[in-house]
Write a protein that binds this ligand. Structure first.
Ligand SMILES: Nc1ncnc2c1ncn2[C@@H]1O[C@H](COP(=O)(O)OP(=O)(O)O)[C@@H](O)[C@H]1O
Ligand SMILES: [Mg+2]
Length: 293
């Protein structure tokens, strides 16, 4: 039987634990289409966030497993997200550390086995995702980035619904002007169904800076949507991204002297931090740099 003293001690301990575990911030990519640069963005952006000091975990929720494929061929055979989801592995068993201590990742793992068992209702998935975030918090992760499969149904729907922020990569092509508002409507439906997901922003991806159509669409999107929804930065379409994906690494690691576009992701990460309020305590209320104390 708990005495009053024990109970108080227990409550104090719980409060101390709650105070020491900072809440993890979760970001999920969202897009109706595949091939828009979600995975490329996730790998490079998660890496930049980690380089900027955030303990970042990139989780691949796409059964096609492009994060594993792209970062190291051997991760393909490893257990991952779907093994955790089905209860076959703890989060710590599926996290792969990298040479950058702040950057770790979870490959997709074995989707087929889970699908065969067919027991994953949306409610069960949602509970397991919350378990995952709790485990990530306990492991000291500050930022979880979910790479998702195209579309906003099935697993992607559940992942986006538990995320704090949806990041929307959008190709700069004529159909975008119609598809983006549709995607935003779906996200607001999720919110009306109780999800807390907010829009981190629309990031124009694969922009062809030498194509008048691509640039015109980028301009139109900024006009049609409220300007604050669209990232100031955009991702250009460049061959170096293909090289980096073929070698399975973030662009910043492509060569000893990475191409200038590698630095773009540091700027995109900085813009994202500002958009979602991902700030260190000492930065809150920060006004300007000072050379002197
Ligand atoms: N900015 C870019 N410039 C050139 N090629 C890119 C760019 N972003 C992605 N790609 C290439 O396009 C293909 C699809 O990108 P990917 O990131 O896998 O998209 P998604 O995850 O949305 O399906 C890959 O071959 C990738 O290397
Ligand atoms: Mg992908």
């Amino acid at each position: 039987m708990l005495t009053t003293h024990d109970a108080k001690h227990f409550t104090d301990a719980k409060q101390t634990l709650a105070a020491t575990i900072a809440r993890v911030i979760t970001i999920a990519t969202a897009s109706q289409k595949g091939g828009v640069g979600k995975t490329t963005l996730c790998i490079n952006l998660a890496y930049s966030l980690a380089r900027r000091g955030w303990k970042t975990l990139l989780i691949d929720t796409d059964p096609q497993g492009a994060v594993g494929l792209s970062l190291a061929r051997s991760t393909r055979a490893k257990r991952g997200f779907y093994d955790f989801l089905g209860g076959a592995a703890a989060l710590n068993d599926v996290i792969i550390s990298t040479r950058l201590p702040e950057f770790s990742l979870v490959p997709a793992g074995h989707y087929d086995e889970l699908a065969r068992r067919g027991q994953m209702t949306p409610d069960v998935i949602s509970i397991r995702l919350r378990d995952l975030l709790r485990s990530a918090e306990l492991a000291g992760i500050e930022c979880v980035m979910f790479d998702t499969a195209a579309g906003l149904t099935g697993m992607t729907e559940q992942v986006v619904k538990i995320a704090d922020w949806a990041l929307i990569p959008q190709q700069s092509e004529p159909l975008a002007v119609r598809s983006v508002p549709h995607l935003l409507e779906t996200l607001s439906r999720f919110r009306s169904e109780g999800a807390g997901v907010k829009v981190a922003g629309i990031l124009l991806s694969m922009v062809m800076n030498d194509s008048p159509v691509s640039l015109q669409v980028a301009r139109e999107l900024r006009q049609v949507l409220s300007p604050e929804l669209v990232f100031k930065m955009s991702v250009p379409r460049l061959p170096s991204f293909l090289d980096a994906a073929a070698q399975g690494i973030p662009l910043a690691l492509l060569k000893a002297n990475p191409p200038p576009e590698a630095l773009l992701f540091d700027q995109i990460a900085a813009e994202l931090e500002e958009r979602i309020g991902l700030l260190r305590e000492q930065e809150q209320g920060y006004r300007h740099a000072s050379l002197l104390d």
